[in-house]
Design a protein around this ligand. Structure first.
Ligand code: SF4
Length: 561
């Protein structure tokens, strides 16, 4: 960790403003906003409407850091608002057609639809949304109900007293690259609350510290992630016939070498959403999710659709795929974890928004009970887990409990086990599969077989061109928010052993290895490009990279994603 970063995170002797609220929610994603809305409602019903609820988000505007596929099951939003349709929850379209396509390396494909669509890929009854529009809508509902929302505030540190979480400290702003205070310096605030809810998305850095410090993963499987890359394309008239269609793909370019696949969703009469997600447990040290996405776009199945079109948005995010046995303990004294941060994702159908909303609802019920009882201890907040265990969310996740780990032994073994899971209600061939941490699966670079695609300007853009479409930007004169724990590892071991995989797996070209090798001061880090996907924090084979929050407001600017 550099001196300037240490300064930024641990400034001593600075007077900090202190704010006290009753419930603090870190992150304005679907889980936390649903929690805030439902909690406000429950407190009002119980005559506790003097309680204050505050949501913090690091994005400059709510929704800017939120992106998803996103085909949504509607049971979560229908539980939060039974009249969600009449209220105007933003839906792009209902799904009118679904299919699975197996892409082959020779440019051909086989389509499975109707009765032949695999059960996990059936999407009738679901809706296509823009998650970033959806959270903006949820934020409006929350504010109208009396919830305070502060965008542009990065929560940098958890405040604790022994085993109890007291709240968070926000990151100082106006700190220069060299750690000195600029004229715009503002010390971060200490925000304290009876209960703090962490809904930071996948691999939230405060959630990570809580899991580590409070051993919330004891007895659980390691969480495993995929990185998803997404673009929105304007393809004019030809989008009309795809409007409402949902295609998922397997096969090329990953083939049977790793877990993952692509999607094409018809999101409007002029636009389609394209994406590719790959499991970060892939063994190849040169694994490059962006390059796989480019290869996917170059397959005629996709290339014919986007020829002549124009990309309008780009984004990347990780998804927690580990399932039921990889969910950390989701509560403790003074805190709860919700949504992706708590592993609420069904990897078999790649859907998590409905589960995120449900986790927020369940946490709200436990927190309302705790506030009413005047007891926010771990024992009282254990109610959250009890409610989860009795809910449809648990039933859904338990029903696919061994899904992702079954693919550890390869795609063929995984598909066989998935078939057995279908008739054994999620068990499969083994009662409980153990899984692995993604960073531990990378093989030496000498074994790499991964080849980069050729880029062209019109449809197969390189990373830097794509980053432009993400809107990512950070104040340049600040300490990097990507910390290399031990720079010597990069030079003395990683180059030889793994070929510095950070230069490959980052979908935003943040890590740069100069042609002559890494300089003595370490890897070049273009942190301003970062789209906050957290792939580096997860996939580095030495766990040598730590993602922390940058100054509030920095990051991607996702719109309509
Ligand atoms: Fe994602 Fe890390 Fe690259 Fe940022 S630096 S875009 S978090 S991989």
């Amino acid at each position: 960790m550099t001196e300037s970063t240490e300064y930024c995170l641990n400034v001593r002797g600075i007077e900090r403003e202190e704010l006290e609220v009753d419930v603090l929610l870190v992150g304005a994603g679907p889980a936390n906003l649903s929690c805030a809305i439902h909690l406000q409602r429950l407190l009002a019903e119980r005559g506790l409407d003097d309680k204050t609820i505050l949501v913090l988000d690091k994005a400059e505007e709510i929704g800017h850091h939120t992106m998803s596929g996103a085909v949504m099951k509607t049971k979560g939003i229908a539980e939060l608002y039974p009249d969600w349709k009449e209220r105007g929850f933003p839906v792009e379209t209902e799904v009118t057609y679904d299919a699975m396509a197996w892409l082959r390396a020779n440019g051909k494909h086989t389509r499975f639809d109707g009765m032949l669509t695999p059960p996990q890929m059936k999407n009738h009854g679901n809706v296509i949304i823009s998650l970033n529009k959806a959270v903006r809508w949820l934020a409006e509902q929350a504010e109208a109900a009396g919830v305070e929302i502060y965008p542009g505030f990065s929560a940098a540190k958890v405040l604790t007293d022994g085993e109890r979480v007291l709240g968070v400290q926000t990151r100082d702003s106006g700190v220069a690259k060299d750690g000195s205070q600029k004229p715009t310096f503002e010390p971060g605030m200490n925000i304290k609350a009876a209960v703090t809810v962490f809904g930071e998305g996948p691999r939230g850095h405060l959630t990570k510290s809580l899991i580590r410090d409070f051993k919330l993963d004891a007895g659980k499987n390691p969480q495993t992630y995929g990185t998803g890359i997404k673009e929105i394309w304007d393809i004019g008239e030809s989008a009309k016939e795809l409007f409402g269609s949902v295609f998922h793909t397997g096969g090329y370019p990953l083939g049977l070498d790793g877990y993952g696949g692509g999607w094409i969703y018809g999101i409007s009469t002029t636009q389609i959403s394209l994406g590719y997600v790959v499991g970060l447990d892939h063994h190849d040290a040169k694994l490059d999710p962006h390059a796989l996405f480019v290869q996917f776009k170059q397959h005629p199945f996709v290339a014919d659709l986007i020829a002549g079109g124009q990309v309008v948005r780009y984004g990347a995010k990780t998804v927690p795929e580990g399932g039921y046995f990889a969910m950390p303990k989701s509560y403790g004294s003074g805190f709860c974890l919700v949504g992706d941060s708590a592993g609420f994702m069904n990897a078999s159908c790649l859907k998590g928004v409905h589960l995120a909303i449900k986790s927020g609802i369940l946490a709200a019920e436990a927190i309302a009970d705790a506030l009413q009882a005047g007891d926010t201890s771990s024992k009282q907040l254990a109610r959250y887990e009890e409610l989860f265990e009795a809910s449809w969310a648990r039933e859904e996740l338990y029903g696919v409990r061994n899904w992702r780990q079954a693919f550890d032994g390869g795609m063929m073994a995984g598909m066989l086990d998935a078939g057995v899971q279908m008739v054994t209600k999620g068990r499969g061939l083994v009662k409980r599969r153990k899984g692995h941490a993604d960073h531990a699966t990378t093989r030496q670079v000498s074994e790499s077989r991964f080849e980069k695609p050729k880029f062209n300007d019109s449809t197969s853009m390189d990373k830097l061109t794509d980053v432009y479409h993400s809107g990512a930007i950070h104040e340049e004169d600040q300490p990097s928010h990507l910390l290399i724990t031990d720079p010597a590892i990069c030079i003395e071991r990683c180059t030889q052993e793994y070929g510095n995989p950070c230069q490959h797996f980052c979908p935003a070209a943040v890590y740069e290895i100069p042609e002559g090798g890494i300089a003595s001061d370490g890897v070049m880090i273009n942190f301003s490009n970062c789209v906050h996907c957290k792939t580096c924090d997860i996939a580095d084979p030495y766990e040598n990279i730590e993602w922390v929050v940058p100054e509030g407001g920095g990051g991607p600017k996702y719109i309509d994603m």
